[in-house]
Write a protein that binds this ligand. Sequence first.
Ligand SMILES: *[C@@H]1O[C@H](CO)[C@@H](O)[C@H](O)[C@H]1NC(C)=O
Ligand SMILES: *[C@@H]1O[C@H](CO)[C@@H](O)[C@H](O)[C@H]1NC(C)=O
Ligand SMILES: *[C@@H]1O[C@H](CO)[C@@H](O)[C@H](O)[C@H]1NC(C)=O
Ligand SMILES: *[C@@H]1O[C@H](CO)[C@@H](O)[C@H](O)[C@H]1NC(C)=O
Ligand SMILES: CC(=O)N[C@H]1CO[C@H](CO)[C@@H](O)[C@@H]1O
Length: 420
Amino acid sequence: MWFNQVASCFSALCANAFKLTTMSKVVGVVKTICDPKHNSRNIVFQQQYYFSTMPTVKKDTATFTQTGHGVYILTTKNIYYNLALEDWLYKNGNFDNGELLLLWRNQPCIVIGRHQNVWAECNILDALRQGVDIARRRSGGGTVYHDLGNLNCTFFTSRKRYNRKHNLEVIAQALRDKWKLNLSVSKRDDMLLDDNFKISGTAAKLGQNTAYHHCTLLFDVHVDQLCTLLHSPMKGLESRATESTRSFVKNLCEVNNTINYTSLVDCVISEYFLAHHKHEVTYVDPTLEEQFPGIGKLQDDLRCWDWIYGHSPAFSLRYSANGSLGGITSHLMMHITVEKGHIENIDMELAGCDDSYKELLAEVCETLIGCRFWPMHITIALISMQLHLNSPELWALINKCFSGFLEPNCHIEQNIKETM
Ligand SMILES: *[C@@H]1O[C@H](CO)[C@@H](O)[C@H](O)[C@H]1NC(C)=O
Ligand SMILES: *[C@@H]1O[C@H](CO)[C@@H](O)[C@H](O)[C@H]1NC(C)=O
Ligand SMILES: *[C@@H]1O[C@H](CO)[C@@H](O)[C@H](O)[C@H]1NC(C)=O
Ligand SMILES: *[C@@H]1O[C@H](CO)[C@@H](O)[C@H](O)[C@H]1NC(C)=O
Ligand SMILES: CC(=O)N[C@H]1CO[C@H](CO)[C@@H](O)[C@@H]1O
């Protein structure tokens, strides 16, 4: 009976909330979020909020209207689907009369900004070997490492009401109130603990009508992993891509061990509702095509090689190696330009050896130009070159130049969806 009352109360709210949607049913309810004894704003915190299932969007209409304020907790931990939901809401959502906060986590992954060079930002091959996903998001900004110890918050608003400082203040205030943390929001919109340690980074995407702002909250990430993987092993990379700013990071659980996923989500939600006087929390599964028509395709686009790797702004890099050619120690220098993920040009210089070797270089360059800048493709190009190049020594030297890049094996390819 009690449950029914809540359910009908929720239904009333919900009817307003989703114009083009069918009714949702209440799956679980009513939770007091913070212990009022420990909170100065106890009156509001004692308000209850409701959990509902995601309303269904009509199949033929990929539009979505949010009225009032809502919170979605995403149930998948797959970075590509989570980003796809952001994409989907950005493309199909109308936030003129409402706002939405998405809360989500991801399995270990590296997320780079739209305009970044993935090769410069992280150790791609180590990441893939360890099963860490690499994704390029649609918003700008720097690279972040995520795992289940990171909570991601996305604030959807109309373009007019976009206000990232305000969003960050909501979160900072929540954490200050509950855990007495010394938090500030920096000029770069990072959230800093004790003025020193970054616990949150920010990025945003602004469209004509819709905007979203997402930020991370590190509460218990593997900091060692973060440091290792966000370090590119490639030397001598040059490009005009946005570079990430490096900061000291710290996990919130180190400051207070009662901070974990559950307590953090509760805390952020309470503060969000405090500011907005509306109390709906919905668990949402972004993989459901019937709820988000077209989301599978958006996910595919985010997962494809051309977007993650090929979209890196043009860059160049230098490789060099020494080796013996005809009994003389020689030095090979390569200057490679990569554009849209493919080798656009290579300059090679050989020093020390006999001129006859230098004549072979044109052939070498020809084989490599146009090749996809990816270990498997370069390996194949080198193998085909081996058959034609009449000099095992020169071939060995070229391989040595590429050695850092090629050393991993081809099975990596299986993790990447191709769009060739
Ligand atoms: C951690 O937070 C709880 C709840 O706010 C508080 O009672 C406790 O004193 C804090 N612990 C530390 C070490 O600050
Ligand atoms: C916050 O931390 C900084 C750096 O440790 C310190 O200078 C500042 O006084 C602290 N602020 C508060 C309100 O404790
Ligand atoms: C999270 O922390 C709260 C206290 O803040 C504790 O009651 C709860 O058991 C913890 N949950 C997990 C999964 O550790
Ligand atoms: C190759 O040898 C030259 C000197 O002959 C040296 O300066 C250079 O560092 C060596 N390069 C590599 C990649 O070993
Ligand atoms: C999955 C996801 O979108 N994560 C985002 C969380 O917020 C940070 C803020 O910079 C983004 O970098 C991540 O892409």
